[in-house]
Design a protein. Structure first.
Length: 334
């Protein structure tokens, strides 16, 4: 990788990363892209219905306050906000109305529920990832994974997914969607209109941006402390909000990055494999990035989903940095 200072897209401080995106005369519509890039008609229709529901979630975020929900139903003991419940209800309404969805599960209540006996897909979601930062008015998002009924979700792996998507609610509502030939970003222009803002996104092998989660683990993992020190001493740029959606999403906009969330007995894994990690790993690897399960060093897409609420350590991002994580934190050299 060339020196940072030689790149026009880097800011005057040599640590700010500006977009490389250039304005186009025409941005393809959602229908245009899906019609060409997703061969399976059912997957196209499902994708559109899930995006429509997500746009309603985005609208709800803009008109509702971040207050604690009247009743607390989270089995994890997390404090549920009214926004969590609203987002979850919108997605459940969509799942029950969609004839393509056979069964669904939500991170808010992690159990598979049959919605349409004749449906084809198993869909699981984290309706509002980033609840702990939504009151700060920071970017949050919805994460969705889709499996075919031939495999289902339980007993399958992330690699068995048919598609995956992440919708981010920030100043704009944008979505990453796994199409047949790669990952595309769509931007919501109006409630029922999405355009392709980035096409066939590629995550570079090298990175100068890092997002280190679960830094408490540095007290127990000497390798993780050394890795974070390596990034700082080599003048990497820290870009971390504490929200999984924006912290990994930037890898697709900046086309580089590394997100780490190791686990120790004193700082155990909190990320859910089915609801958060498997869908994001599917997107990252589809765009040319890599992932690690944080234990064996194997791809997160090869982790078997044995329980709906299964937790896992995780690492996503640029290939060279994921390998560095495996070597320095896990002691894996392959």
């Amino acid at each position: 990788m060339a020196e940072i200072g030689h790149h026009a897209e880097f800011g005057a401080s040599h640590s700010s990363y500006y977009t490389k995106a250039e304005a186009k005369e025409h941005y393809p519509s959602l229908d245009e892209v899906l019609g060409k890039k997703i061969e399976d008609e059912d997957v196209r229709e499902l994708t559109k219905e899930l995006l429509e529901a997500s746009s309603r979630v985005g609208d709800a975020l803009r008109v509702n306050l971040a207050t604690v929900a009247a009743s607390q139903n989270s089995v994890f003991g997390d404090v549920q906000l009214a926004l969590d419940v609203i987002a979850d209800n919108i997605l459940w309404e969509a799942a029950k109305a969609c004839k393509l969805i056979k069964e669904a599960a939500s991170e808010e209540e992690p159990k598979l529920v049959e919605t349409n006996p004749n449906g084809r897909f198993t869909v699981c979601w984290d309706p509002l990832d980033g609840s702990s930062i939504v009151d700060n008015n920071w970017a949050v998002g919805t994460i969705i994974g889709v499996w075919d009924k031939t495999t289902g979700m339980l007993g399958a792996t992330g690699r068995d997914q048919i598609t995956a998507m992440v919708v981010m609610y920030g100043p704009r509502t944008t979505a990453l969607i796994a199409c047949d030939d790669g990952v595309y970003e769509f931007t919501c222009i109006t409630e029922d209109r999405w355009i392709a803002s980035k096409e066939k996104i590629r995550i570079n092998k090298e990175s100068k941006i890092f997002s280190p989660a679960n830094l408490r683990a540095c007290a127990d993992l000497e390798g993780y402390e050394k890795l974070v020190s390596y990034w700082m001493h080599n003048r990497y740029t820290l870009r971390y909000t504490g929200g999984l959606v924006p912290d990994v999403y930037q890898q697709f906009t900046k086309e580089m990055g590394i997100f780490t969330n190791p686990s120790t007995p004193k700082s155990p894994a909190k990320l859910r494999l089915a609801f958060e990690v498997a869908p994001y790993a599917f997107l990252v690897e589809k765009a040319g990035g890599c992932s690690s399960d944080g234990v064996t060093g194997n791809s997160l897409l090869d982790s078997k989903i044995e329980a709906v609420d299964q937790r896992t350590a995780a690492c996503f991002g640029s290939e060279v940095e994921v390998k560095r994580f495996n070597e320095m934190v896990l002691g894996k050299t392959r």
